[in-house]
Design a protein around this ligand. Structure first.
Ligand SMILES: [Fe+2]
Length: 440
């Protein structure tokens, strides 16, 4: 009798288990189908170029059957007639097969066009595709080639709950500053480097924002994964999609193409570093790029913070090799991610006098920011940055944030907003007699 009950229980368990497995398999199939490339162009994205006043990078994805593609581009006009003056550029195609690296992988065609010879400060319209299937016409404005006020957006890790929760951040960022010159993504855009459904979430969340505001992105640790999904932590490789789906400048070290680079606006040099590897090699490159820099403002972005904001995390190699260069060459802002919390602060030239003064403070090196935009949250470290001689001016936990930074002549205004659009943090930097003064 007991035996019969035992066998019955086991049978019921096995039926329920296989039913649950079937249901999971069906859900996985549906997600994979949702993320699949088709004949129509998707994942259309602009990448900022070394000279953003005259060049733009345009990338997109289709299924692997499409073997050719092109961009049509024209100065935008008030009616549809602008299309008559469009120029066509043939795309470079890269075939990527991510199917063995992740359960949501595909064979896809990625297309890339770098358009040069554009006019500065001009509204262009473009569309991508092939003869049968084309995107809608998107619009973007080239940068000015003369000193002029500019502004940009910056976010930390999107990474988790990308479509569910990050979407409201990037959309609110766009609503707050739709005319931003570019959009910085400071690493960990996704959680599983090669997973096409996560990239599809990132593109679905951003939608046309990715196609109309040029991006600047660096890889985080989550953009590196093993190519065998069962051994994802061994022999990590850069996301298979990275170089194919973005068209960043190729002016960094050969082994770090499109993950370490710089670009120039009339008054601003933006430097993107890859904090996952080759830190010393990048220090040599960085020294040259900073020593030749004649721009009034310098902003650096990379993923792992020089001073960590959350407990149990530290990146001493960056402090050893990069921080001295930031200080020697007076970098203004260091925009970071990784810690899933918020911290902002700097090293003051004279910490003792700062305590007495209420307003402006001279800083050594950049103002450091750690921020997060996706839904994964960590607790702040209680120790702060004092042990490194840095002062935290503002911290935050459990908030999805985006930042808008504007530069006008000698003045930089930084604002951080929550996912609901409320102002969370603000400071100003201004330059006086070769010094950076910091105003809270
Ligand atoms: Fe990270």
């Amino acid at each position: 009798m007991l035996n019969k009950i035992f066998v019955g229980t086991i049978t019921l368990f096995l039926i329920q288990f296989s039913f649950a497995q079937d249901t999971q398999r069906k859900l996985d199939d549906i997600i994979k189908e949702w993320a699949a490339p088709t004949a129509f162009p998707d994942h259309v994205i602009l990448s900022a170029q070394v000279d953003p006043s005259r060049s733009i990078g345009i990338n997109w994805r289709t299924h692997a059957i499409n073997s050719s593609g092109s961009v049509e581009i024209a100065v935008a006009g008030p009616g549809p007639d602008f299309r008559e003056k469009s120029k066509t550029y043939t795309a470079k195609r890269t075939l990527i097969n991510s199917s063995s690296a992740t359960k949501d992988g595909f064979k896809s065609s990625f297309f890339e066009v770098k358009v040069d010879g554009l006019s500065p400060n001009t509204l262009y319209a473009y569309r991508v595709g092939n003869q049968s299937f084309k995107s809608e016409w998107h619009q973007f404005t080239t940068a000015n080639d003369q000193s002029t006020p500019i502004s940009f957006l910056y976010v930390g890790d999107a990474q988790n709950y990308i479509l569910e929760l990050w979407s409201r951040v990037i959309r609110n960022a766009y609503k707050k500053a739709p005319n931003s010159d570019f959009f910085i993504h400071a690493g960990d855009l996704v959680n599983a480097a090669h997973d096409e459904s996560e990239w599809n979430e990132w593109f679905a969340a951003g939608g046309f924002i990715h196609s109309e505001i040029p991006s600047i992105a660096v890889p985080g640790n989550h953009e590196y994964r093993g190519l065998n999904p069962k051994k994802s932590r061994s022999d990590r490789k850069l996301s298979l999609q990275w170089n194919a789906q973005f068209g960043f400048p190729k002016n960094g070290p050969e082994e770090l193409l499109e993950t370490c680079y710089y670009l120039d606006y009339p008054d601003l040099r933006v430097i993107a570093l890859n904090s996952n590897r080759d830190i010393e090699l990048q220090a040599q490159w960085l020294k040259k790029v900073l020593s030749e820099n004649d721009k009034k403002w310098t902003v650096i972005t990379y993923h792992h913070p020089v001073f960590s904001a959350s407990s149990g995390r530290d990146n001493s190699e960056l402090r050893e090799h990069w921080k001295p260069l930031f200080e020697e060459y007076k970098v203004d802002l260091a925009l970071q991610g990784h810690d899933h919390s918020y911290a902002r602060g700097a090293i003051y030239e004279n910490p003792v006098s700062v305590k007495k003064e209420k307003n402006s403070k001279a800083v050594i090196g950049p103002v450091y920011v750690v921020s997060v935009s996706g839904g994964k949250m960590y607790s702040l470290s209680e120790t702060g940055w004092d042990e490194f001689g840095a002062t935290q001016e503002k911290t935050g936990e459990r908030k999805q944030l985006f930042q808008h930074i504007s530069i006008d002549g000698d003045r930089l205004i930084y604002q951080s907003f929550t996912a609901t659009g409320a102002l969370f943090d603000r400071f100003e930097l201004f330059k006086k007699n070769g010094e950076n003064l910091y105003l809270d």
